[in-house]
Design a protein around this ligand. Structure first.
Ligand code: GTP
Ligand code: MG
Length: 230
């Protein structure tokens, strides 16, 4: 049992879509997860992407909070996307459980939203803020972004961990704050790149609400590649 927008919800199999969960079925939209530590800028990134992409792509957004629907409320209040395109999953448990171990609440929410809206080309799923080891199950998302920030300490990329190392895109956010917190952003970028092989790193500031162009471009590329191959 979990809550979707505050309403108790039991996970029941849908008789019309027996094997609809996870990978490999039909022409569903690409699902991109956004994870990372508490306060790194996940919701700010989602908001900026909605501003940049809502005019060109059918969007759906699922947010995860442990006890509240705050992130979804913030996005609705910001008016970055039609309210009906945003759903909150309230898991009542550790954020990583809901995106990695027991993904049923999130799968229910995203499948339901995609079905209701009918025009979705990109679903964004924001994890609750967690620690450096929290990554999404590949049964829930097709690609994932991990968001760090300079204020969390410039040694974090060096410490590595699955998010830093394996996320399809690593975002190092709040570069505008680096001078105030004594963070060396060149060091953060080079440490991150050293752990990631060819996988991309984006250095960003979301302070003015504008989507970082390299992130928006990366998202567009993923959406187009997905549409092309499915
Ligand atoms: N200066 C500055 N502030 C930022 C930036 N990105 C986000 N913030 C602020 O940092 C705070 C946390 O941002 P959120 O987007 O809520 O972070 P989050 O990762 O969604 O947080 P949780 O969902 O609680 O884990 C907010 O007050 C944002 O306005 C940035 O690039 N620069
Ligand atoms: Mg958030």
């Amino acid at each position: 049992m979990h809550l979707i927008d505050g309403v108790p919800h039991q996970h029941l199999p849908d008789p019309h879509q027996p094997a609809a969960h996870g990978h490999g079925h039909g022409h569903r939209p690409i699902r991109i997860g956004i994870g990372g530590p508490v306060g790194s800028g996940k919701t700010a990134l989602v908001a900026s992407l909605c501003r940049a992409l809502a005019g060109e792509l059918g969007l759906a957004v699922v947010t995860n909070d442990i006890y509240t629907t705050e992130d979804a409320d913030n996005l609705r209040r910001a008016g970055v996307l039609e309210e009906r395109r945003i759903v909150a999953v309230e898991t009542g448990c550790c954020p990583h459980t809901a995106i990695r171990d027991d993904i049923s609440a999130n799968l229910d929410a995203v499948e339901r939203l995609e079905e209701e809206l009918g025009d979705v080309q990109l679903s964004l799923i924001e994890s609750g803020g967690d620690n450096l080891t929290a990554i999404f199950s590949r049964g829930l998302v097709d690609k994932q972004i991990f968001v760090l920030d300079t204020a969390g300490g410039d040694d974090v990329p060096r410490k590595g961990g699955p998010g830093v190392r394996d996320a399809d895109l690593l975002v190092i956010n709040k570069i505008d704050l680096a001078p105030f917190v004594g963070a060396d952003i060149e060091l953060m970028e080079s440490d991150a790149k050293a752990r990631r092989g060819d996988r991309p790193v984006a250095m960003t500031s979301l302070a003015d609400g504008t989507a970082p162009p390299q992130v928006a471009t990366w998202i567009r590329d993923q959406v187009h590649a997905w549409a092309h191959h499915h």
